[in-house]
Design a protein around this ligand. Structure first.
Ligand code: HEC
Length: 234
């Protein structure tokens, strides 16, 4: 994966120096408190939505797709049903209808029923929960660290494509047909032509992701290049 440099490196260098300074102050003045929010360890996000903990989380690309595919479904937390008043279809609705601590308590089952409930998609993975936790810890911001650093000239199935499906599709297509949880299922749907059309919003198939915006240009380009390269299982 290629990392965008120039400005990013200058910023990273500054960040590292500031972190070293803060670290010294911390060591001199504080005892370790296990409840402290951990200091981000890797300045500069990778933006690929695969759940790596990083300095900041892009709400639109990494958190909203998880909420849309796992929570904002018909009968659950979409605009029509908004169970318990919680509507998780957009940034504004998330901010207006749930607090960060309620969100975290729900997805971890801490003191309340775990979400998603047992009869719907499987629980979020540990990596997905920690990504949302990081976003909450950082003040539930919108529009930060959304630069897409996928190298669209070097797209592998396991490194790029599967994480895109995990973030954007599997909350539904773990259980909703067509199942898209692994290479074989994905390849099978590709061979019908409908998966490519659904992603690209062409050809009269239902546009995907359902209820959400189309994938960002960068992710869609990566997907299309991978398909055009013969959809290798790499
Ligand atoms: C919120 C749930 C949800 C999300 C998120 C979602 N899908 Fe779907 N998808 C559905 C449902 C429901 C259908 C069946 C639609 C229908 O037949 O009307 C479907 C149908 C499809 C189909 C068949 C379309 C056709 O007309 O033959 C494909 C392919 C597909 N989805 C791919 C994806 C991909 C790829 C993603 C992620 C980028 C995705 N979906 C995200 C719920 C979802």
């Amino acid at each position: 994966m290629k990392i965008k440099i120039v400005n990013g490196m200058k910023r990273n260098l500054k960040t590292v120096l500031v972190l070293i300074g803060l670290g010294i102050i911390f060591l001199v003045t504080c005892k370790h408190n296990p409840n402290d929010i951990p200091t981000p360890i890797s300045p500069g996000g990778n933006g690929n939505g695969n759940g790596n903990v990083k300095d900041s989380v892009c709400f639109a690309e990494e958190v909203l797709p998880l909420l849309i595919s796992n929570c904002a479904k018909a009968g659950c937390h979409d605009a029509t049903s908004h169970q318990e008043g919680v509507n998780l279809t957009s940034y504004g609705n998330v901010m207006a209808t749930i607090s960060g601590s309620n969100l975290i308590n729900s997805i971890t089952g801490n003191g309340q029923d775990i979400m998603p409930p047992a009869n719907s998609p499987p629980p979020l993975t540990g990596a997905q929960i920690s990504l949302i936790q990081t976003w909450v810890n950082q003040g539930m911001q919108n529009g930060i660290d959304c630069q897409c650093n996928i190298d669209t000239n070097n797209v592998t199935f396991n490194g790029v494509i599967l994480p895109i499906f995990q973030t954007n599709c599997l909350g539904c297509h773990n259980t909703t047909l067509p199942i898209l949880t692994n290479y074989s299922f994905i390849k099978y749907q590709l061979d019908t032509g409908r998966l490519y059309n659904a992603m690209n919003h062409i050809g009269g198939v239902v546009p995907m992701p359902l209820n959400g915006p189309q994938l960002s240009v960068c992710r869609l380009t990566a997907f299309n290049k991978w398909v055009n390269a013969g959809a290798p299982n790499n």
